[in-house]
Write a protein that binds this ligand. Sequence first.
Ligand code: ADP
Ligand code: MG
Length: 247
Amino acid sequence: MKQLCERLNLTTLAAEIDPLLETARQQQWSYAVFLDAALQAELVGRQERAQERRRRSARLPFPARLESFDFRFQPGVSERLIHELASLAFMGSATNVVLLGPPGVGKTHLACGLAVAALEAGHTAQFVTLRELLVQIDAPGPRGGLAAVRRYSQPDLLVIDEIGYTPVHRAQAQLLFELILARYERRSTVLTSNLTFTEWGALLGDEVLATALLDRLLHHAEVLTINGRSYRMRQRVQGDTPTSTTP
Ligand code: ADP
Ligand code: MG
C-alpha cells in the first residue's frame, strides 16, 4: 500500500498509512471512516506543501505578523485600520496600501504582516525592495525589462519596500510606471517609503511621470503616515538618562 501511494504521488498518505491502519484496527473503523481519514491526511499534506511553496517564493525578509505589532508603542498607527486591512477586503477591490515614515517605525513589519495574512488566506504574495526590483528590471537578457515587469505584475499581493533609498533612472522609472499600470485596479500593491509624495518627482527624475504614477497608485489606496519613534532605537531611548539633551 505504501508503494502504491508513492507511485500515485500520495506522499503524505504514504508516510501515514501504517499508523492510520493501526488506528483503524484498534478503533474498528468502518471502511468509509478509514477512507475519509486517509484522503483527509493527503489533502492536508498537500495544502501544507502548497502553503510552504507560496511562503518560500514570497521571499519575505522576516515573517512578521500583524498580531505582533505593538500599537501602544506606535499610537499613530490605527489599530482599527490594521484590523480592517487584516481582513484582506482591500485585496478584493485591488486597493493599494502605502506606508510612509522614517526608519524603524514598523513599515516593513506591517507590509510583511499583510503579506503573511494574504499567504495564509491562500493568495500568492511577493516581497521585493525597490533596489532589488530595479536590479531585476535592468537584468540583461530575456528576464529583464518588460519580462520583469510582467513577473511582478502576477502576484495577488506585491510589496515594494524601501522606495526612496535608491535613485531611479529614467528608463527604470518608465518600467516602474508600467508595473503600477499593470497592477492598477487588478491587484493590490503595498509600498513603503521614507519620502513624502512631493519628493517622488525628484526620486523618479520626472515630475510628469511621478504625477501619472501617483495618480494610479493613490486612486484606490490606504495611506498610513507613521510619524512615531523608531522601534529599533527603543532600548537606547529607554536607556537614556533623564538629563539627556537629545532633541
Ligand atoms: P521600517 O521598515 O519602518 O524601517 P521595521 O518594520 O523594519 O521598520 O521595524 C524594525 C524592527 O522593529 C522590526 O524587527 C520590526 O518587527 C520591529 N517593530 C517595529 N515597530 C514595531 C511595533 N510597533 N511592534 C512590534 N515590533 C515592531
Ligand atoms: Mg523597512
